[in-house]
Design a protein around this ligand. Sequence first.
Ligand code: PLP
Length: 456
Amino acid sequence: TFDTRALQQLDSAHFLHPFTDHAALRDKGARVIVRGQGVYLWDSDGHQIIDGMSGLWCVNAGYGRTSISEAVYRQMETLPFYNSFFNTTNVPAVRLAAELVALAPPQFSHVFFTGSGSEANDTVVRMVRRYWDILGQPERQVIISRRNAYHGSTMAGASLGGMPGMHAQGGLPIPGIRHIGQPNYLEAGQGMSENAFGLVAAGWLEEEILAVGPDKVAAFIGEPVQGAGGVVIPPATYWPEVQRICDKYDILLIADEVICGFGRLGTWFGCELMGFKPDLISFAKGVTSGYVPLGGVLIGKRVAHALLEKGGDFNHGFTYSGHPVACAAALENLRILVDERLVEKVALDTGPHLKAAFNELATHPLVGHAESCGMVAGLNLVRVKGASMHECVPFERALQVGMLCRGHMFELGVIMRAVGDRMIVAPPLVMTRAEIDEMAARIWDCLDLTLEDVRS
Ligand code: PLP
């Protein structure tokens, strides 16, 4: 048993949390999570919670996988640490690099390991600029990203990200990062078909390339489906058109697969579902299901060839690049995803079931629109429903309806994320049909409570 109040007081006295309203935390106390099994968590007061967010979009294989903890334990006993600098390597890192290349699309040949997704994106920034240096085009420095994207919290990661609240703190972005609009049909596609809007949104990339000057642009980076920015699922025309534009101007294309990678969309990598072939993929989260921190960059043959054959040393690396314990956890996690056919399951079984459950939730009076892709889904809360999403009447921002809803989620034992008035889930890939139904029932109750709040 736990003394929740004492833990909360210690937490509030000493723990500076990421992205947290500390005044609210002081008043209410942090929720202390103590245990997990499958798709469920338990807090220090014994409440059971369905984790609709896989932690932070990462516990793809679910909680309580003893085979991962055993693999970690065995590796810690054998070799808890060694680095991969200066011509050394270790067995799990070698095996994992080969396994990742085998799982990735065919254009990939190498992996650079990091400790997190943010470090992976910092690595990408240095790697693409280094690539153009090696090719004798050092003026190609600019990386184009998208507003409202999330690419991490390091200086380069947060600069690539387009969250205004992050740029406002700490002097961001770093030089040479530009942002275009996101392919958000609901926000910007009024009066157009989805596919027409996809081409328009991809066209913003070409406009930016021409404004910067094509000989100054190094790369474009984007999440196949934008996650933390609100689960923005692009129209089917968007990514193929982005690919065409990158090819036209010979610009590197980077997929940030930190969320979409490892089965989240029902394919191993999101770019496969979205129909494009990136030169680099940044990954993290689902590679270990979050059990141990690990990230990295998958490197396509075009870039790998330049770095390895023409480039000399790449002066970049982390103490924990290729950490043997993290790599051992990843190997066992990937074995689970493969052996339990979890990626196929998302594509053929649980993903479609989640879509049906969310379509049902869209009939609730508070919900204007629902959409999903594999095991991510979102609901838009609106004041008045309309025949189409563009005809719904939104809530006034100051009401913070999403936050009201999130508050009830906690009470009702389900975790969803609020991005403005959009409620999001990204459950573990192991969530069964019955568990999806249970989650959807709790969400429905929660929507009822939120509706009472806004009516009173
Ligand atoms: N990229 C994307 C798309 C993410 O969602 C995240 C984290 O949420 C990151 C990068 C940063 O990863 P990390 O928190 O492991 O540094």
